[in-house]
Design a protein around this ligand. Structure first.
Ligand code: NCD
Length: 305
């Protein structure tokens, strides 16, 4: 039995295969409408979510399966003090696969140790978010036609943004990628990402604070929201929340074919007027998220071959 807890749990070849399946699904989803008949997906969400939970549920419904679950810790037995280990042992009796989001880093990993069914990490605290990364990879591949040889600027809250940590980790396995890390001093990428991911492989990266200055070099711009819920005090959040706002004016500095990604939700960091720019890829990302999750559910249930 396999789980998806960390972006490196699948090899590059396995990710390629999964993205190929996701593309095939995208071409005609109706070919897959009965693949998971009589299978059940449990969504165990201890933290707010719109896209991730609904896209997992849509993915399973598109595959002909059914879904059950909870969407907040308050409505689960966590509020009575049940541990993640006990909850997953119970859910293993009800469902065939589960997706878990939890504010504690490592909670889905812990669940996977006690689980009888595949566990998917749907975001653990400020740590990792591997299925968002699959979504990002599919979008980059469809936009650029490749997953190597490009410059990516990651902008905003690189400290608490789990999608950023997972994307860097995953991209570190492809060749010819340059990372430009754009953030205020206080929201720089955590040390462990630099020490354990970028430095050991000698990957080219720079840390800067100005988006405008690096804009002309970028093939991908990955915008992120300042993660309000992870701040210890409101003042810091208010001071930092509008550090970067992508405007049409700034888009004029960018390459004609640059793609703008954002895991969403957006707060202020991309002006609405940018949505009409053909380079805006964030709603495409949302659609791709359903296809990669369909491909992932099939793969983990052994129904992909
Ligand atoms: C992200 C998350 O939850 O980490 N959202 C998502 O899953 N698409 C990003 C965010 O909340 O800012």
């Amino acid at each position: 039995m396999r789980h998806m807890i960390d972006p490196l749990d699948f090899s590059v070849e396995e990710v390629d295969k999964l993205l190929a399946l996701a593309n095939d699904i995208a071409a005609d989803p109706s070919n897959y409408r009965d693949v998971c008949r009589y299978k059940k997906l449990a969504t165990l969400f201890y933290e707010p979510s719109t896209r991730t939970r609904l896209s997992f549920e849509a993915a399973m419904l598109n595959l002909g399966g059914s879904v059950l679950g909870f969407s907040s810790a308050d409505s689960s037995s966590a509020s009575k003090g049940e541990t993640v280990a006990d909850t997953i042992r119970v859910v293993s009796c009800y469902a065939d696969i589960c997706a878990m989001r939890h504010p504690k880093e490592g909670a889905p990993l812990r669940a996977s140790m006690y689980s009888k069914i595949p566990v998917i990490n749907a975001g653990d605290g400020g740590h990792q978010h591997p299925t968002q990364t699959l979504t990002d990879l599919m979008t980059i591949k469809r936009r650029l036609g490749r997953l190597n040889d490009f410059t990516i600027g990651l902008c905003g809250d690189l400290k608490f943004g789990r999608t950023v940590h997972s994307l860097i980790k995953s991209l570190s396995r492809y060749t010819g990628i340059r990372f430009i890390l754009i953030s205020p001093e206080e929201l720089k990428v955590p040390d462990y990402v630099i020490r354990e991911v970028l430095q050991p492989k000698g990957l080219p990266y720079e840390e800067v604070s100005s988006l405008e200055e690096v804009m002309p070099q970028l093939d991908i711009l990955y915008m992120t929201r300042v993660q309000k819920e992870r701040f210890f005090n409101e003042e810091d959040y208010i001071r930092l929340k509008d550090s970067y706002i992508l405007t049409e004016e700034k888009m004029k500095l960018a390459k004609e074919k640059m793609a703008v990604l954002h895991p969403l939700p957006r707060v202020n960091e991309i002006e609405l007027s940018v949505d009409d720019d053909p380079r805006a890829a964030y709603f495409e990302q949302v659609q791709n998220g359903v296809y990669v999750r369909m491909a992932l559910i099939m793969t983990l249930l052994g129904l992909a071959d």
